[in-house]
Ligand binder design. Structure first.
Ligand code: PLP
Length: 398
C-alpha cells in the first residue's frame, strides 16, 4: 500500500534532484573544502554556490549565511550569541508556543539566572503585540519569536516585532524552520537580526541547518574550532548536505508559488471536507494567517493517538497534538497555551502537506477518516455522555 505522507512539518522527503546533487560528494568529490589543492577547491566552489542559492531564497547576502547541523543548533547559537554579546543584560523574550529548540534552552537559561518572559497567545494562537511591546525593557538582551508555528501553522508578525525591538536596540531572532520555503521571505525588507532554518523541512536531508546573521550584527560563535564559516562555526563542512540544501533552496524558490496555490488548495479541501463530514471537529489556530500546508484539527472526545493508529492501517501519516509521556496523555504545550479545551486538545491531529501530495491522496483521507473517527467515538465514554450531538447520532444508528 502506498504511503500517504501528511507529516511534512515533522520532516520531508529528499527531493530526487537534491539527492542527485548530493551523490558525487559521497564518492568522487570527497575533498575537504579547506584543502589547498584544487581537488578540495572544487568542493569549496560547490559550497559557495550553495550559499548563494540559500541566500537567494531568503533575500540575504551569501556572507550572511552560516551552515550548521540543524535548526536546533541554529536556534541555540543565535540566542547564546545574543546573550554573550550583551553580558550586562539578563532578560529574554520569547513565546509560550515555541519549539523545544528555543523553549527548553530558555527554561535552562532561567536556571542560570536569566529572566525569561514567555508571551501568551490567544485562542487562535496569535500574539498580543501590545503586550509584546510592553515587555521590551532596557535589560532585554534578545527576543526570539518563531515565524510560523510547527503545530498550527499560525504565523507571527515577526517583521513588526523585529522593528519594535530594533527601535530599542534589542537583538531579534526568529525560528523560521517552518516558514522558509513555504512563504516568501525577504531579509532585505525587515530588521530581523538572526534567522534559523533547517534543511529537512524543505526537501533537503536531515543534519543540515542554516543560521542567517545580518551583516554588522555582533556575534560570538557557539561551536569553537576550525576557521570554517569564517570562524563563525567550527567543524569540517557537511559538503554533500550543503550541496543538497543549495539545490533544495533553488527548488523551494520555484515552488513557493505552488505551496501557496496547489498545496493550499489541497490543505483547504482536506480541512473543509473533514469539518463538513465529521461533527464536533474544529480547526486549531488562526485560519486567516497560517502556513499554506498545515491544518491542525481537533476531533472532540477521542484520543489523537487512536486516530493516528487507525490511520496508520491505511498508511496515512500525520501527527497528534498530544504526547504519551509516562502513561499520561498530555496535550501539547501549544494547544494548552491556546486554551484549547481538554476534550478537544486530546483529539487533535496535525496534517502537513508538501508539493509531493496529490489530490487522489487527499480524497483517500477524506474518505477514510470519518469512519475512523466514528469507530473511536463508539468506544469513547466521553462521546456517549457529553456530546451534544450524540442523541442525533444514536437515533441515526438505531
Ligand atoms: N523549530 C521548529 C519550529 C521546528 O519545527 C523544528 C523541528 O521540528 C525545529 C526548530 C528543530 O529543527 P531540527 O530538527 O532541524 O533541529
Amino acid at each position: 500500500m502506498k504511503t500517504i505522507y501528511l507529516d511534512n512539518n515533522a520532516t520531508t522527503q529528499v527531493a530526487p534532484e537534491v539527492l542527485e546533487t548530493m551523490l558525487p560528494y559521497f564518492s568522487e568529490l570527497y575533498g575537504n573544502p579547506s584543502s589547498m589543492h584544487s581537488f578540495g577547491g572544487q568542493v569549496s566552489k560547490t559550497i559557495q554556490h550553495a550559499r548563494e542559492n540559500v541566500a537567494s531564497l531568503i533575500g540575504a547576502d551569501p556572507e550572511e549565511i552560516i551552515f550548521t547541523s540543524c535548526g536546533t543548533e541554529s536556534d541555540n547559537t543565535a540566542i547564546m550569541s545574543a546573550l554573550s554579546v550583551a553580558p550586562d543584560k539578563s532578560h529574554i523574550i520569547t513565546s509560550r508556543v515555541e519549539h523545544p529548540a528555543v523553549k527548553v534552552l530558555c527554561e535552562h537559561l532561567t536556571q542560570r539566572g536569566y529572566r525569561v518572559t514567555e508571551l501568551p497567545v490567544d485562542r487562535d494562537g496569535r500574539l498580543d503585540m501590545e503586550l509584546f511591546e510592553n515587555s521590551l525593557s532596557r535589560d532585554t538582551a534578545v527576543v526570539s519569536l518563531m515565524w510560523a508555528n510547527n503545530e498550527t501553522g499560525v504565523i507571527f508578525p515577526v517583521e513588526r516585532a523585529a522593528q519594535l525591538a530594533h527601535e530599542r536596540g534589542i537583538l531579534f531572532h526568529t525560528d523560521a524552520v517552518q516558514a522558509v520555503g513555504k512563504i516568501p521571505i525577504n531579509m532585505r525588507a525587515n530588521n530581523i537580526d538572526m534567522l534559523s532554518f533547517s534543511g529537512h523541512k524543505l526537501h533537503a536531508p536531515k543534519g543540515i541547518g542554516v543560521l542567517y546573521i545580518r551583516k554588522g550584527t555582533r556575534f560570538l560563535p557557539f561551536m569553537l574550532g576550525g576557521h570554517q564559516e569564517k570562524g563563525r562555526r567550527g567543524g569540517t563542512e557537511n559538503t554533500a548536505s550543503i550541496a543538497g540544501l543549495g539545490k533544495a533552496c533553488q527548488l523551494a524558490a520555484r515552488n513557493v508559488e505552488t505551496e501557496n496555490t496547489r498545496v493550499k488548495y489541497l490543505r483547504d479541501k482536506l480541512e473543509d471536507e473533514l469539518l463538513k463530514s465529521i461533527p464536533n471537529s474544529k480547526v486549531n489556530g488562526d485560519r486567516t494567517n497560517r502556513l499554506p500546508n498545515t491544518t491542525n484539527i481537533s476531533f472532540e472526545f477521542i484520543e489523537g493517538e487512536g486516530i493516528l493508529l487507525l490511520m496508520d492501517q491505511f498508511n496515512i501519516c500525520a501527527s497528534s497534538g498530544s504526547a504519551c509521556t509516562s502513561g499520561s496523555l498530555q496535550p501539547s504545550h501549544v494547544l494548552r497555551a491556546m486554551g484549547v479545551p481538554f476534550t478537544m486538545a486530546h483529539g487533535s491531529v496535525r496534517f502537513s502537506l508538501s508539493v509531493f501530495n496529490t489530490e487522489d491522496e487527499i480524497d483517500f483521507v477524506i474518505n477514510k477518516l470519518p469512519p475512523i473517527i466514528a469507530r473511536l467515538r463508539e468506544m469513547s465514554p466521553y462521546w456517549k455522555t457529553e456530546s451534544p450531538v450524540c442523541g442525533i447520532r444514536d437515533t441515526a444508528t438505531q
